[in-house]
Design a protein around this ligand. Structure first.
Ligand code: ZN
Ligand code: FE
Length: 242
């Protein structure tokens, strides 16, 4: 059970994520920000056919390529029921389900907050987690549909995973998130981490994946003391112009 993960920029600030189960050669895309970009990366990698789409939530920058990829590859589309509002969906999953890519089981966990039906996918054996717009490096998704309590619980779930778990986020927001984190946290280690983020972005490097350990240490939303503090931090971030 080994997964290869390939990350590439898509649209303005999304990441495309292609995931291959090396034992079987089966390939999935996490969300579908841009069908053409996904197919050309697949081609460039020589990874063959696309077998599976794993949607995290219904937003257009995550499902917009479903129809074109289905038409061009015949892949299966798996996701929460809410995806059906906007895009084709073959199999509905919810928290507690398992999806199999080749020989790799991926656990489905419900993480409501950004949307009500948001789910994330994780290979426990490979320590890889695909979290959509729930957690970002040094940030979290906006609360478009859910309550602060729902998002707080969802973030606690992610934070409870093993420290070494790699967190593959769906957007590159880390530099802006780091500026907000610095407004709340002046520890020298926070400043050093933010400087490393700024330097990586100046070099044009991705700051994704992050890890559970890194986010537990530095993410201002995971460092909130309780749900009230979390809600205040989320509201402050929405208004933050750093
Ligand atoms: Zn979204
Ligand atoms: Fe998004």
């Amino acid at each position: 059970m080994t997964l290869s993960v390939h990350l590439f920029p898509c649209l303005n600030d999304n990441y495309g994520l292609l995931v291959r189960d090396d034992a079987s050669g089966q390939v999935a895309t996490i969300d579908t920000p841009d069908a053409d970009a996904i197919l050309s990366e697949l081609d460039r990698l020589g990874w063959g056919d696309l077998h599976l789409i794993l949607n995290t939530h219904w937003h257009a920058d995550h499902t917009g390529g479903n129809a074109a990829l289905k038409a061009r590859t015949g892949c299966d589309i798996v996701g929460p029921a809410e995806v059906g509002r906007l895009a084709p969906l073959d199999r509905v999953v919810s928290g507690g389900d398992t999806v199999t890519l080749g020989r790799t089981p991926l656990q489905v966990t419900a993480t409501p907050g950004h949307t009500l039906g948001h789910v994330v996918y994780r290979s426990v054996a490979d320590s890889e987690a695909f979290v959509g717009d729930t957690l970002f490096a040094l940030g979290c998704g906006r609360l478009f549909e859910g309550t602060p309590q729902q998002m707080w619980d969802s973030l606690q779930t992610v934070a409870s995973w093993p420290a070494e778990t790699r967190i593959w986020c769906a957007h590159e927001y880390t530099a802006a998130n780091a500026r907000f984190a610095l407004s709340l946290d002046d520890r020298p280690e926070m400043q050093a981490h933010a400087e490393a983020v700024f330097a990586a972005r100046t070099r044009g490097e991705a700051t994704v994946p992050t890890t559970v350990a890194t986010e537990r240490a530095f993410n201002p939303f995971l460092r909130a003391v309780d749900v009230t503090d979390f809600a205040a931090r989320r509201a402050a971030k929405d208004a933050f112009r750093g």
